[in-house]
Ligand binder design. Structure first.
Ligand SMILES: [Zn+2]
Length: 610
């Protein structure tokens, strides 16, 4: 075959075309996505249509071939850029003959989703014997907070019974997904997802998590010892309820929702984190018809036109209900977590849009490292003692921190078990020889035994929504890896500067790695950010710290923060920010950030539940 040669001008024009095409396709899709998820179903057909158009671009064989042909005549700069696009198209390729399997998988997933949506969710009230309608999320909440053990138990038994609803379909799904992955040259579906998302092998991943399991499982015995003082603790319908106690109520006063925007703005400003000239749209309150989970997305990805950087736009949301216990904490966590995702990709200085978006080959683990690093800052004791104040100006008391630690410290080593249980369940599910429904149920029960302190058998792994969707199946390791990475990054910052909250060096260094967006793999990024290869060491160090050590670390960090006060008192996030409630614009920061927060607080009063 004769390969055509290309001039550098032709290559640049082609790159410009790819960038413009993908930018526009993505913008269209994401804009409908926001409207639909904020509660406007009239755009749903357009949303579906724009997704098909976007996906047919990302899976284009024609573009991949052209990129490969052009690489042969490219100079160094253009070669690197074409390399990013080659990787992008490669990752998203689905050969014609595999497309039919992919379609079968989608059809089955849609059927499961529809059946689940039509499931009449709720429980039989133990006292009235009447059916109480309640979606899954609400039932989890009742199990964790209702003071009546009989109700908690009834709800638990219902949740448990739902776990068995789609075992038959899951068996089919696993077989199909494995065939799909094998056709693409992978050992199984887990190996395929792990490679596409994190460029890692199962051996690399699970050697890290095997080690964590071995070093932390001793704490299951401690929980059983705890049961002596808390009879019934390990019953699944008591566990969360008895442990979380009244802390949520007691903490609530320190997170007034109407002040949380300002605390976020001030804290990011002092940390040197900003949005590089971009635009932010925020919609924080719960509403009928609105999607029931927080997220961040980018209708305008960072791009370059004729060498000039064009700032992007991110939007993020959560479901806080003003006046409900815990709402300020939910909103605060969202501003730090989703606001961290937004800052990450809005700070990119890479010319090619395929590096500046959230989809494969972008690493889930690396993305979550940014957001979880920042929400960990929000939940840190030194942040709380400085920023979390009640209406009388009294800061979060150290005594509350100590009482909580006293009660819950024993569980600290088990912090990864929930994430690990999903990872191991899916790994072993896709490795299963001659899969049957019985084997799947047995595996779920075995996982429960290995990863939970609760007594009895349970199929709860099968209630994990992620396992039923192509995009989120076999992706849970992203959270686990992010947990390790952020611990390593925190350790690096504490070792180097002694301080994270209000430390401008933190923002400076984060922005440095955000500049290169997703041009490197997750393991490479960790080495660049922390100077060390990814390991579980920092995570284990903090998970296994003794009570005394945790208190002395907290004291030290509070003291360092109070010694190094930031002189910055004007919030500047370098962004045009607007606050929304569905289609209604509440206010913006055109005048100033403070003006926006005041207007928002005033409007919030009209939304307060009685
Ligand atoms: Zn996230």
């Amino acid at each position: 075959m004769i390969m055509k040669t290309h001039t550098q001008k032709e290559i640049k024009d082609f790159l410009e075309l790819l960038n413009l095409k993908y930018y526009n396709l993505s913008k269209k899709y994401e804009t409908y996505y926001w409207d639909s998820y904020m509660g406007d179903p009239s755009v749903d057909d357009m949303l579906r249509d724009s997704l098909i158009k976007r996906d047919s671009f990302t899976a284009s064989k024609k573009h991949l071939d052209k990129v490969r042909e052009m690489i042969l005549s490219a100079n160094k700069t253009n070669k690197a850029r074409l390399g990013y696009w080659e990787h992008f198209f490669e990752t998203n390729q689905i050969p014609q003959d595999v497309l039919t399997i992919r379609k079968e998988i989608s059809d089955l997933e849609n059927k499961i989703a529809a059946d689940k949506n039509n499931r009449k969710e709720g429980y039989i009230h133990p006292h009235t014997k009447k059916f109480i309608k309640a979606p899954m999320n609400q039932m989890y909440m009742i199990r964790a907070t209702n003071s009546d053990e009989k109700i908690r138990k009834a709800v638990h038994m219902t949740i448990e019974s739902y776990a068995d609803d789609f075992v038959k379909e899951l068996v089919e799904l696993v077989a199909l997904r494995n065939t799909f992955a094998k056709e693409l040259g992978y050992e199984d579906f887990y190996a395929y997802k792990l490679h596409v998302e994190e460029r890692m092998t199962k051996e690399e991943l699970f050697s890290l998590f095997d080690d964590i399991y071995d070093q932390t499982k001793f704490a299951f015995k401690d929980v059983r010892k705890m049961e002596k003082n808390m009879p019934g603790l390990t019953k699944p319908w008591n566990y969360g309820y008895m442990l979380s106690g009244d802390f949520t109520h007691e903490e609530d006063q320190y997170y007034p929702l109407d002040e949380i925007l300002e605390r976020w703005g001030m804290s990011f400003t002092r940390c040197g984190i900003d949005y590089a000239g971009g635009e932010l749209k925020l919609d924080l309150l719960e509403r009928n018809g609105k999607y029931n989970n927080g997220f961040c997305h980018w209708p305008k990805i960072i791009r370059y036109v004729e060498g000039k950087r064009i700032p992007g736009e991110a939007r993020f949301t959560c479901n806080a209900t003003y006046g409900q216990v815990g709402s300020g904490d939910i909103a605060g966590n969202t501003l730090f977590h989703e606001g961290g995702h937004a800052a990450h990709l809005l700070n990119s200085c890479m010319e090619d849009v395929c590096l500046n978006h959230e989809y494969p080959p972008t690493s889930t683990a690396w993305a979550e490292t940014q957001s979880m690093f920042l929400d960990t800052m929000f939940s840190s004791i030194e942040w709380r003692t400085k920023y979390a104040k009640n209406k009388d100006g009294k800061p979060y008391p150290l005594d509350l921190f100590k009482r909580k630690l006293e009660k819950l410290h024993m569980l600290s080593p088990l912090g990864m078990m929930g994430i690990s249980s999903v990872m191991y369940f899916e790994k072993e599910l896709y490795e299963m020889k001659k899969i049957t429904e019985k084997k799947v149920r047995d595996l779920a029960k075995d996982i429960h035994k290995r990863f939970s302190a609760q007594e009895g058998t349970s199929l709860r792994s099968l209630n994990t929504p992620h396992i039923y969707s192509f995009q989120s199946a076999c992706s849970y390791q992203g959270y686990g890896l992010a947990e390790l990475a952020l611990s390593q990054w925190r350790k690096y910052f504490y070792d180097t500067y002694g301080q994270i909250v209000d430390n401008p060096q933190v923002g400076k260094e984060m922005k440095q790695v955000w500049k290169i967006a997703n041009s490197k793999t997750f393991p490479e990024m960790i080495t660049i950010a922390t100077g060390k290869k990814l390991s579980a060491q920092a995570y284990l160090e903090s998970a296994l710290a003794t009570k005394e050590k945790s208190i002395s670390i907290a004291n030290k960090r509070i003291e360092t923060l109070s010694k190094n006060r930031s002189r910055k008192n004007v919030i500047n996030l370098k962004a045009n920010i607007s606050m929304w409630h569905g289609k209604k614009k509440v206010c913006d920061n055109k005048k100033s950030f403070e003006d926006m927060t005041q207007k928002y607080a005033k409007w919030l009063e009209t939304q307060k539940i009685k």
